[in-house]
Each structure stands twice: as C-alpha cells, then as structure tokens.
Design a protein around this ligand. Structure first.
Ligand code: 6YU
Length: 500
C-alpha cells in the first residue's frame, strides 16, 4: 500500500475535490474523499432538462476574470465561450453591468415601463453601495442590511407623490426579494450590516458553463487515482485527539466513522460538509466536541435557502431578446410584513425569472428564483401544485387568462437535502467575519501539540471574502491543502520523500 500521511476529505463538492486534486499534485499518496451521496459535485449539479442542460445549483461564474480560480480553471479546460474570454468582458464591474433586457410584469396584468424600474434600481444600488462601505469598526452587531435599506426607503419616499409611492414601494419590494435570493436569506433583516462589504467581487460579466458547471468538477477530479473518491459513504462522526492503529503499525490521531459501519484512520481530516449540515449535526459529529468558539461560529453564521423553479414552455410568451422577466406585486410594500399564510402566498416571494439561452439548444425555458421560508415551503409541494401555481401566476401577470401552462418543470429542494440543509451561507445579524475565520480554524488550535492539524475545515462558508460561491469553495479547498503541504515542507520533508 502507499505510505506518507493519510488524509481523509469529507465531502466531494468543489472544495473537497479541489483539496484532493492539489494534495495529489504535491505528491500526497494516501488520500480518500468520502461522499455521502451517490455523486460528486455537491451544490454544483447539472441535469438534463428540456432540450439541453439546467443547473440545479450554482449557475454563474461570478466575476469571470483573472484571479478567480473557477474562471481560470474553466478557461484552462476549454469550457468557456469565446465571448467570455474577451478582455473587455472581464473588465466589467458589478455596478456598471450593462442593464440586460428585462420585461417587468405587474400583478395588475400589465407591463411596467422599464425606465421606472431603472430609476428605482439606480437609487437602490446607491444604498447597497453605502452598505458595502461600512466596516466593522463603526458598527452595531445587531444592525441589519434590511433595516438600513428600509430607513433609506422611508426617507426617500417623503419626496415622492402618492402615486409614485405606491409603485416605488412595489418595485423596491421586488428588488429586496432578489437580494434575498442572492444572499439566500429569508429577509435582509437577518443579514448583518457592517460585515456585508467584506464579501468581495471579481470584475467580469457573470457567465455560465455551456457544458454544465458539473463538467468543471469532472475535469478537476480526472487526475485522481481510481478509488480515491468513495460515494455513498456518509460520515457519522469524527474522533480526534486519539491514537488509532493503522495498517502499518502507524498510530493515527483521527478516526472517521461512517453510517454504514466502515471506519477510516487518518493523520488529517478535511471537513468540507455544508454549514447547513454542521448546524444540524455538529454536536454529535465531533468527539471530543468542538470548542465554544467554533460552536458559536456554526450557530451564529447564517445558512439559508435559495431555490430554482425551472419551467419549459411550448412557445415563448416573451420576445426573443428578453433575458429576464421581473415580477412586481402592486400594493405590496417592503415596510410591511409579508402575508403569513404560505399555502396562499408562497409564490409572491418569487421576484425573477431568467431566460435560459440559447433557445435553439435549450428550448423555451425560464428559471425562477425563490428564497427563504416560502422557498422551503415550496419544497414540500408536488410538481403539480407548483405547475398550477406558476400557470396562475403567469396568466395573472401577462393578463392572458388563456396562456398555456408550462409543458415540463424541475425545481431544486436544497433545504430538504439531508447532507446540505439549505443553499449557502451569509453573515447573519449578530455574527461577523471573525466567525467565518473561527469556522475555518483547524483543530487542535494549540500550536504546541504533538499532532497538529488533525481536523481542518474547508467549504464555501469558511472563506471570509468569498463565501456563498463556487470560487470561494474552491479557494477554501486549496487553502487547507496548502496548509498540509506547508506543514510537511516545514518538517523538511517533501511528501514523496516521506513515503520512502
Ligand atoms: C456560484 C452561482 N448559485 C445557486 C444555488 C445553490 C448554490 N452557488 P458542497 O455542498 O458542494 O459539497 C459538500 C459535500 O459534502 C456534498 O457533496 C455533501 O453531500 C457532502 N457531505 C455532507 N455531509 C456529509 C457527510 N456526513 N459525509 C460525507 N459527505 C457529506 N455559486 O459561484 N455561482 O451562480 C451560484 C447557486 C441554488 C444551492 C449556488 C453559486 C453556491 C455554490 O454552489 C456553493 O458555494 C459551492 O458549490 C459549495 O461547494 P462546497 O464544496 O463548499 O460544498 C455581500 C453579499 C453577498 C452574498 N453572496 C453573493 C453571491 C451570490 C451567490 N450566488 C448564488 C447564485 C446562484 C444562482
């Protein structure tokens, strides 16, 4: 068998695969990736739908430009469209995105003048910019993004006439629902104000991967020796700070127990399970238990739900140049609580549909986004119930009571996935970037211990500036792999020598 340090990685999402791939490249020979489900990719998940492919999880490379490792790898593997690779495309900043062609429908069955929406969006964006300029220094940890924006709305609305107030409130309500989808929070009132600006964006106009986001993970895992990744191997618990005999009279500090009774000894374990899983399971997952600091970080940080409802239509009811359809509920206001009865009202949380392109390869497909409690409620409904609600919604908004229903649909259910428990993380009210760093800190923390770096933490939620993204997850996997690579080079041995 192969020798050298034994590394067990838990989870085969992009963080786990990135860690494995980097360790492998640096000569580590004893790597296992244990994955609970029957597939790799985790929250990167591409499925066949309509005439083409649809992303159930991650959809865009956010900020495709040099420095973004997902962009760099995807372009290295030849997975990007030629226009994505243009330098001018890579220079576009998040706040000067050329406004794409959107149609805005209102619940009164009419279209809203895009210029009205553009003006209110500009105003809204100036507030978001102000939010991003806060720093932890000037902040009340209980302050929220939602509260800040509401104060701005109240203030600005004093200058609007009565008719404008009604429409602007409805439009701002829609923009806040989009923000909930981006953040995966139920309400922006749950999202901490001051750390918000720590989230960092690369320049570049967001792009997709035509062969599917999952093709990136498949390329990344290709160099791993066969048998490295074990599927359907759910980990039940991790015992650390122990002495567990291995195969070659070696004693290892960590032992990983699986749900199926298997166990693995290791010198190092890299935990990449989602924060949603840790929130549910961390109490009995680690033995000895985690430090109060780590436990607090898991509890304090936010992990919410953003889901997709993807609908295929026989014929498009939108123009061929439409890229987005926005949904505005007239009479709603971001200053009042949404209706509590989820059965009747869940669909009101859904603010936007993106047109999936190109129609020649895709068919006529809209991808809707919905976040929060309403999104979690949607997961409990049947396809038929959702289809019927969506048919009613489009009939109401287009003002066409005869509009044919979608011919097929697929939706995500990230909250009910036992090994995910939601979509992605955010810095919640009462927490800060320090919690993200605490979550990322390896165990044992004591630098003097004989066996350091027994349990390491990676995954999307552990990257202070890039959480909630595929590139953040990828960076976190590389970060922890690098920690081990440095550890062994600090000892004056390269890993390949160590095996002799
Ligand atoms: C991005 C995007 N995107 C939409 C939706 C979702 C996400 N993201 P994984 O979960 O992948 O892997 C862990 C594995 O561990 C998994 O396979 C488990 O089965 C396994 N596991 C768990 N427990 C286990 C056990 N006990 N034993 C063994 N195995 C176990 N990111 O870049 N572009 O467009 C989107 C989107 C619906 C759900 C996204 C997007 C997020 C990424 O998908 C996600 O971060 C990574 O894939 C996670 O990888 P991982 O390896 O860490 O975990 C200020 C402010 C800003 C707020 N944020 C703004 C950014 C917006 C984020 N964008 C989202 C938008 C969409 C549409």
């Amino acid at each position: 068998g192969s020798q050298g340090p034994v590394v067990v990685i838990i989870g085969a999402g992009i963080a786990g695969i990135a860690a494995a791939e980097k360790l492998h490249k640096h000569g580590f020979q004893n790597i296992k990736v244990l994955e609970a489900t029957g597939r790799t990719g985790g929250r990167i998940r591409t499925e066949r739908f309509a005439k083409g492919l649809v992303e159930i999880g991650a959809q865009w490379i956010h900020g495709p430009s040099p420095g973004n490792p997902v962009f760099e790898l995807a372009s290295q593997f030849g997975l990007l469209r030629p226009d994505t690779l243009l330098e001018e495309n890579q220079k576009i900043k998040w706040d000067d995105n050329p406004s794409s062609l959107q149609v805005i429908y209102s619940s009164a069955g009419r279209k809203i003048d895009p210029e009205v929406m553009t003006n209110i969006t500009e105003l809204y964006n100036t507030w978001v910019t102000q939010v991003r300029n806060f720093t932890n220094a000037d902040c009340d940890p209980e302050a929220s993004v939602g509260q800040f924006i509401r104060e701005k709305i109240v203030h600005s609305s004093q200058e609007w006439d009565k008719e404008q107030v009604k429409m602007n409130m409805a439009l701002l309500g829609a923009l806040l629902k989009v923000e909930c989808c981006v953040t995966a929070a139920h309400s922006m009132d749950q999202v901490a104000l001051c750390p918000f600006g720590e989230y960092t964006m690369f320049p570049g106009l967001d792009c997709t991967i035509p062969k599917g986001f999952e093709s990136l993970v498949n390329h990344m895992k290709a160099p791993l020796p066969e048998g490295t990744v074990l599927l359907n191997k759910a980990v039940k618990s991790i015992q650390w700070n122990g002495s567990f005999p291995g195969s070659n009279s070696h004693v290892h500090p960590v032992q990983v127990q699986c749900e199926d009774g298997d166990s693995f000894v290791a010198d190092h374990v890299i935990v990449t399970v989602p924060l949603g899983f840790l929130k549910k399971r961390s109490v009995d997952f680690f033995s000895p238990p985690l430090s109060p600091r780590k436990t607090q970080a898991i509890k304090n940080l936010g992990f919410g739900t953003n889901n997709k409802i993807v609908l295929e239509f026989e014929k498009p009811f939108w123009d061929s140049n439409t890229t987005m359809i926005q949904i505005v509920w007239e009479g709603e206001s971001p200053l009042t609580e949404p209706k509590k009865d989820l059965k009747q009202n869940w669909m009101k949380k859904l603010p936007i549909f993106v047109v999936l392109e190109p129609p020649e390869q895709m068919g006529h497909v809209l991808c809707g986004f919905i976040a929060g409690e309403q999104s979690e409620y949607m997961e409990t409904l049947t396809d038929e119930e959702i289809l019927s609600a969506m048919t009613d919604l489009f009939r109401k908004f287009t003002g066409n009571p005869e509009l044919p229903p979608p011919i097929s649909m697929v939706r995500s259910q990230w909250h009910s996935q036992p090994y995910t428990g939601g979509s992605y993380s955010y810095v919640a009210v009462g927490s800060s970037g320090i919690d993200v760093d605490n979550l990322a800190e390896p165990l044992p923390t004591d630098k003097e211990v004989l066996k350091p770096l027994q349990v390491l933490f990676a995954g999307e939620a552990t990257e202070r500036n890039f959480y909630s993204t595929t590139h953040g997850a990828l960076m976190s996997g590389w970060r922890e792999a690098q920690r081990l690579i440095d550890r062994y080079s600090d000892l004056g041995v390269t890993v390949s020598k160590a095996k002799l």
